[in-house]
Design a protein around this ligand. Structure first.
Ligand code: FUL
Length: 691
């Protein structure tokens, strides 16, 4: 009897003690409920569809004919089905891109689906998207470009009323909206109701975002705001469209002031506002559909890298699907996106740490509510916490038996703010601790990759923290490993090399368009394949029998006899050496334009030009406006093409411009403007397309 009393009394004491143990105080800014809901979505999709789809452009000028818009098979249910299958939790549709064309029949403009042949002007793509999202259990988001190259009022105060009217239509008529997206590309030349001029605005003041935000909060209280163009919203751009955020990634920024690139990319440790990172990228190089990119769809290993570099680094993953002119997502995009979701599911199917025995160097209140076990209980609302003064601590997981794994996942209880600054992961192998990986920030989710190891115990050590740590989840996984498709390069002499960063695989390739297998040509070093040729290659791992996705490169005429004319600098070879990593910069005589002249050595029927800008983010010389000339004698030049390399600043991709064939022995690429407003033109590669 006495014994029973003692047990009860002791238990009451322990429960009492735990009840008294207060939760740690929040550490700096914390996410709002809207930001929490958004963060837990993890993956969602972008849909890019507009008149650009019909003109093969990245940015429309604003004068494209609405009659072009006629997607005869358009089916938002196909998009929703694919996105759902790809593990996406929502879809953000480009209701209006920079060209000003509206995918819904806005009352405020004629430049919309209501004047397009599609469904005899009775269609509403935003409505169909909203319905399809509802059917598939997805949330709907809206991309409304602040820059409108069609509107006659753009740049004037009247445009702000127009913009808000359109926003109100979209936020009133289509049900709940989870995110609005305001792109940062703002002002420049455009059609502007026929004015055909350049209009510049001050993006910090022109849009009066404060009042626009108030409108959004009123109409859609649960909506998060992404804004790259002015006042800070709920989410931030990560400074690149390549699909990765910094390994160190604080979900904090300062509420006012300049946001330079490094802050976008890494966040600000002591920032005074919660502005989490959204990693946006496209499943193809460009945002809109271009048939020339059908062979460039991101593969499963590339999409997995993207996942680890976004969701795995405390960001969200916003993956774009371009719609084809017929109104559908391309089958390759569908296939790769679905296979990607399968790979994510397989990778994280079995949490080897779930409910395993754990010990920790420090536990807030010694045990109970904040015990180490809370980090492996599979419940996102419980967490392991330490005493207030403990900013470094470790937790050891007993896996019970030697277990093979290659991934470590951890999550902070971010409702109390983002706290951890540095941590390591070790495994107990052959009687000793071995470091597997280290990280800096954690935040909502952090996943570390390392070569597979077999161990009985795993030790997670937080080396430094802003405040005492609060860890809500730890996962240990053995994920399937995928081989990356190899890189195929050809130098000026026509020598082809095939390479990869993966260790161990061998390569097979074909030159006849057929799909390579382990029975095709085996690569044993650089080989010659000059002139027009299509090369396909795979990596193959003889141990596992696994192969990578296929890489495809199409090369045009031989460059053996090409010469850069007029640049007396050895580095000029970089322009035609086939290596994207080497660059040549040319300075104009005090100002633009800057001309690059290439002697092709022979006459060709030239029907296009390719320009790859310097791939270094910090460089100058990224050309935005160009003219292209041809000549037979390097004296008499004919203007063949001119235009802009749209979106090249945020997305410095290979630019391809096509035109009616012309004969040329000499070509001249004239740079009229660059992204940094100086007189430098930089070239990683310049190439031609011939008939
Ligand atoms: C960019 C835009 O300029 C692109 O066209 C695209 O819409 C992308 C998502 O944002 O900055």
């Amino acid at each position: 009897m006495k014994q029973i009393f003692c047990v009860i009394a002791f238990s009451v004491l322990i429960i009492g003690m735990n009840a008294q143990v207060k939760a740690p105080a929040p550490c700096g800014p914390v996410p709002t409920e809207n930001q929490m809901r958004w963060q837990e979505m993890e993956r969602y999709a972008f849909i890019h569809f507009s008149l650009n789809t019909y003109t093969d452009q990245s940015w429309g000028f604003g004068n494209e004919d609405v009659k072009l818009f006629n997607p005869e098979k358009s089916d938002c249910r196909q998009w929703a089905r694919i996105c759902k299958g790809a593990g996406m939790k929502g879809i953000i549709i480009t209701a209006k891109h920079h060209c000003g064309f509206c995918l819904w029949p806005s009352k405020y403009t004629e430049y919309s689906v209501k004047n397009a042949p599609w469904k005899n002007g009775k269609g509403d793509m935003v409505r169909e998207m909203a319905d399809a999202c509802k059917e598939y259990g997805l949330k709907l988001g809206i991309y409304l470009s602040p820059w409108d190259r069609n509107s006659k009022d753009y740049g004037k105060p009247e445009y702000i009323t127009y913009f808000r009217n359109q926003l109100a239509e979209l936020l009133t008529d289509y049900g709940e909206i989870f995110e609005v997206w305001f792109d940062g590309a703002n002002g420049g030349n455009g059609y502007y109701g026929g004015a055909n001029e350049t209009r510049t605005i001050d993006r910090t003041t022109y849009y009066d975002w404060k009042n626009t935000y108030a409108l959004i909060h009123k109409l859609q209280p649960k909506c998060v705001i992404w804004n790259d163009g002015g006042d800070r919203g709920d989410l931030r751009w990560v400074g690149t469209e390549d699909g990765y955020v910094g390994e160190t990634n604080w979900s904090l920024l300062n509420a006012t002031g300049e946001v330079p690139w490094n802050m976008l990319h890494f966040g600000v440790e002591n920032g005074n506002a919660w502005v989490a990172a959204e990693v946006n990228t496209s499943i193809r190089p460009e945002w809109f559909y271009h048939p020339g990119e059908d062979g460039k769809v991101k593969t499963v290993p590339q999409l997995m890298d993207l996942y680890y570099n976004s969701v795995g680094r405390n960001g969200s993953m916003l993956l774009n699907f371009p719609i084809m002119p017929n109104g559908l997502i391309h089958p390759t995009d569908e296939k790769n996106a679905l296979a990607f979701a399968k790979a994510v599911n397989e990778s994280f199917a079995v949490n080897l740490a779930l409910n395993k025995k754990v010990t920790a160097s420090n536990i807030r209140g010694k045990s109970g509510r904040f015990a180490a076990a809370m980090a492996v209980d599979g419940n996102k609302n419980t967490y392991w916490a330490t005493d207030d003064n403990t900013k470094a601590a470790s937790l050891t997981i007993d896996l019970g038996k030697p277990t093979l794994f290659n991934r470590f996942l951890t999550q902070e209880y971010i409702r109390l703010g983002q706290r951890v600054k540095a941590f390591t992961v070790e495994a107990f192998v052959d009687g000793a601790w071995k470091e597997l990986a280290k990280g800096t920030t954690i935040g909502y989710k952090r996943i570390l990759r390392f070569p597979a190891v077999k161990a009985t115990h795993v030790r997670f050590t937080i080396a430094d923290s802003k405040c005492s740590p609060a860890i809500s989840n730890i996962g240990i996984y053995n994920a399937p490993v995928f081989l990356n498709a190899p890189v195929i390069m050809r130098n000026q002499a026509g020598q082809v090399t095939i390479s990869t960063n993966d260790i161990g695989p061998i390569f097979y390739y074909t030159l006849d368009g057929s799909t390579p297998t382990s029975k095709s040509n085996k690569y044993s070093g650089a080989f010659s394949a000059d002139g027009k040729v299509e090369i396909k290659a795979i990596c193959y791992d003889p141990t596992s029998g696994k192969s990578s996705p296929v890489s495809i490169e199409k090369f045009d005429v031989s460059k053996k006899n090409w010469k850069i004319v007029g640049i007396n600098d050895q580095k000029s070879d970089a322009i035609i050496d086939g290596d994207p990593a080497t660059v040549c910069h040319q300075k104009g005589d005090g100002k633009m334009p800057v001309d690059l002249v290439i002697d092709l050595g022979n006459k060709y029927n030239v029907s296009g030009i390719k320009y790859l800008p310097d791939q270094n983010r910090w460089s100058s010389g990224i050309i935005t406006t160009y003219e292209f000339y041809v000549s037979d004698d390097n004296m008499n030049w004919k203007l063949t093409d001119k235009g802009e390399f749209s979106n090249i600043k945020n997305n410095p991709l290979l630019q391809t411009k096509k035109f009616a064939p012309v004969t040329a022995r000499y070509i001249k690429l004239r740079a009229l403007k660059n992204t940094s407003g100086d007189n430098v033109a930089g070239y990683a590669e310049v190439d031609v397309i011939t008939e």
